[in-house]
Design a protein around this ligand. Structure first.
Ligand code: FNR
Length: 369
């Protein structure tokens, strides 16, 4: 079957993958309300397209933290990609590089920072989970730096793992032939089977629940890399991120895998953008599946977006070719959305090109509901 949109890979992945792996990739937390909402909220934003503008040339290139990329579409960190495909993170790294965009490597990757770096040139960010043992963190950050990673995406929404019921039912654990490669030498690369989710137990044992704003400052004492705070949903935390020295903010609800009934990221975005006042760039992830979604995020002030699940589903279906394909489809859809709304470059995309249902007086409260 010919793939014509990036969502189609999910059904193929479901057929190909063991249930435990597919459920881990697909699930959200608890009622999965936020999971549906991350998608649904995009449908509450409509276009105000402008016409009769010469759109024969469209420029989608942009700069993120000083790094030039071909489009504002980047790859979010998703853990354990070798469960999806034997080439896992290598395939993702190569596909991102071929598309001229940024890949973020998860702390919990099944390939190490050095291995991913060895796939060739490419602009890559490293996602960091802070372990209780700060020596582990310091070593890992140093390795990422040495391997040429350009920024740290510090995940701040996971002091404990969200309750993902499918993982509990499946007694999710990393298959025995795989390890969390970055931690292999530190004896933290294996995940024991538990009588609930093996990952939830791993997090409870290793991840530092005391993590706080002062640690964002601490991180800057051990690395010169810019820090993106990943997991901001409010104006208050946007301001604190900037005060703590963040170089950027990622509006994220962790793909709806942590706190259920968090707002969709596209509805939280504008509040964060306003609070940031242009001092640092604001990015978004969560539910982006169409070029029109990318446009809407940029119109609400995002400097770029990241995609999570589509990457693992494409990997499971077709490996590197699948990841290349989703990046290509999203790029083409986004270019078309720009052309049909009369925008020739990213800076021409404005708030006036969209209308959100919360712009209407009767829906004033909607973003907070
Ligand atoms: C994630 N996410 C994630 N985030 C993070 O900071 N570190 C990680 O290791 C992971 N791992 C992970 C695995 C899987 C299977 C998923 C689906 C998600 C969250 C991810 O970076 C991102 O925030 C969301 O995936 C974005 O939402 P979409 O695009 O999946 O809707």
């Amino acid at each position: 079957m010919e793939i014509t949109n990036i969502m189609e890979y999910e059904a193929i992945a479901k057929q190909k993958l063991p249930k435990m792996a597919f459920d881990y990739y697909a699930s959200g937390a608890e009622d999965q309300w936020t999971l549906a909402e991350n998608r649904n909220a995009f449908s509450r934003i409509l276009f105000r397209p402008r016409i009769l503008i010469d759109v024969s040339k469209i420029d989608m290139a942009t700069t993120v933290l000083g790094f030039k990329i071909s489009m504002p579409i980047m790859i979010a960190p998703t853990a354990m990609q070798k469960m999806a495909h034997p080439e896992g993170e290598y395939a993702t790294a190569r596909a991102a590089s071929a598309a001229g965009t940024i890949m973020t490597l998860s702390s919990w990757a099944t390939s190490s920072v050095e291995e991913v770096a060895s796939t060739g040139p490419g602009i890559r960010f490293f996602q960091l989970y802070v372990y209780k043992d700060r020596n582990v963190v310091a070593q890992l950050v140093r390795r990422a730096e040495r391997a040429g990673f350009k920024a740290i995406a510090l995940t701040v929404d996971t002091p404990r793992l969200g309750r993902r019921e499918a993982d509990i039912k499946n007694r999710f654990t990393l298959p025995p032939f795989l390890t969390l490669k970055n931690f292999e030498g530190l004896d933290l690369g294996k995940m024991d089977k538990a009588d609930d989710s093996g990952l939830a137990s791993y997090v409870a044992g290793q991840i530092d629940r005391t993590l706080s704003w002062k640690d964002v400052e601490w991180l800057q004492t051990i690395t010169k890399l810019p820090i993106l705070v990943k997991g901001v949903l409010t104006a208050e935390d946007a301001r604190l991120s900037i005060q703590s020295g963040a170089a950027g903010i990622i509006v994220s609800n962790h793909g709806a895998r942590q706190l259920d009934y968090s707002p969709s990221t596209i509805m939280a975005l504008e509040e964060v953008v306003k609070a940031a006042q242009g001092r640092v760039p604001v990015f978004l992830d969560g539910g982006v599946r169409r070029g029109t979604d990318v446009f809407k995020a940029l119109a609400l002030g995002a400097s770029g977006i990241f995609i999570g699940r589509p990457v693992v589903f494409a990997l499971a279906s077709e490996g590197e070719a699948g990841v290349r394909k989703i990046l290509q489809i999203l790029r083409e859809e986004f270019e078309l959305a720009m052309a049909l709304s009369g925008c020739r470059s990213l800076k021409e995309i404005t708030r006036a090109h969209i209308v959100a249902d919360w712009d209407l007086p009767r829906n004033r409260l909607a973003p907070r509901l």
